[in-house]
Design a protein around this ligand. Structure first.
Ligand code: UDP
Length: 202
C-alpha cells in the first residue's frame, strides 16, 4: 500500500477497515512470521531521531499507522495526505469486533499494572464473545533488561498459543520489545497498543 514519509517515518496510507482485513488475512495465513503494528504519534518522531534501535523497530513493522490527528494534519500540510487516523487503542477493539463464530480470535494481553489485564480479559470476553483471551501477563519493573525474564515471557506467550498479541507496555518500550523478540514468538500478529489494556479494563 501507499506510504507517506513524515518526520522520517514511513506511514501507511490506510483506513481502519483495510487495516483490519489485512491483519485478519495475516491471522489466517499459514505464515509463521510475527508481523507487528506500530502507531506513531508526533512525539515518537522526536524520540526516533536519537534512537537507531527504535528506527530499526519501526522499519521492521509490517504496519505503521497514524495514531493521532496531529500526524494526519501534518500529512495534509505537507501535501502527502493520510486518509485517516488509525489509533492502536481503536485497532484492538476493531479486531475483536471482526471476530465471529466462524472466525474466532485468540488473544494474549501483555502489559499494564498487575490485575488490570485480567479485568480487561473479562470485559473483552463479555463484549466480544468470539474473542478468547488465552493469557495475560504484567511484567515487573525493569523486565526489558532481564534476558531470563524475557525468555520466560516469550515461552509463556507461545505456550498460550494466541493468534494475536496486544502489547500495552507504553512507547517506546513495546516497540523495542516486539522488535527484539518477535523472531521467537509463535503469534501471527502483534499490536503495540499503549494504554489500551487500561481502556479495555474500564
Ligand atoms: N506499562 C507497563 N510496563 C512498563 C511501562 C508501562 O506495563 O514497564 C504500561 C502502563 O501500565 C500502561 C501502558 O503501559 O498500561 C501505557 O503506558 P503509557 O500511557 O505511559 O504509554 P503510552 O500510551 O503513552 O504509549
Amino acid at each position: 500500500s501507499r506510504r507517506v514519509k513524515l518526520f522520517g517515518v514511513e506511514i501507511d496510507a490506510l483506513r481502519m477497515p483495510e487495516v483490519v482485513s489485512q491483519i485478519r488475512r495475516q491471522l489466517d495465513s499459514p505464515e509463521t512470521k510475527t508481523e507487528y503494528v506500530v502507531t506513531p504519534n508526533v512525539d515518537h518522531a522526536v524520540i526516533l531521531q536519537g534512537n537507531p534501535e527504535l528506527q530499526a523497530a519501526y522499519a521492521d513493522a509490517r504496519w505503521v499507522l497514524a495514531d493521532g490527528w496531529p500526524v494526519v494534519w501534518a500529512s495534509r500540510l505537507l501535501r502527502q495526505p493520510l486518509p485517516d487516523r488509525v489509533a492502536g487503542s481503536d485497532l484492538a477493539p476493531a479486531l475483536f469486533a471482526d471476530a465471529t463464530e466462524a472466525k474466532p480470535l485468540t488473544v494474549f494481553l501483555l502489559g499494564a499494572a498487575p490485575g488490570v489485564a485480567p479485568r480487561a480479559a473479562t470485559e473483552i470476553q463479555k463484549r466480544w464473545p468470539h474473542v478468547n483471551v488465552c493469557g495475560t501477563y504484567s511484567p515487573p519493573l525493569g523486565f526489558e533488561r532481564d534476558d531470563a525474564e524475557n525468555e520466560r515471557i516469550v515461552e509463556m506467550i507461545n505456550a498460550a498459543a494466541p493468534q494475536l498479541l496486544i502489547l500495552g507496555l507504553g512507547a517506546p518500550k513495546q516497540e523495542l520489545w516486539i522488535a527484539r523478540h518477535h523472531d521467537r514468538l509463535q503469534v501471527k500478529a502483534a499490536v503495540c497498543a499503549g494504554a489500551t489494556i487500561d481502556f479495555l479494563a474500564g
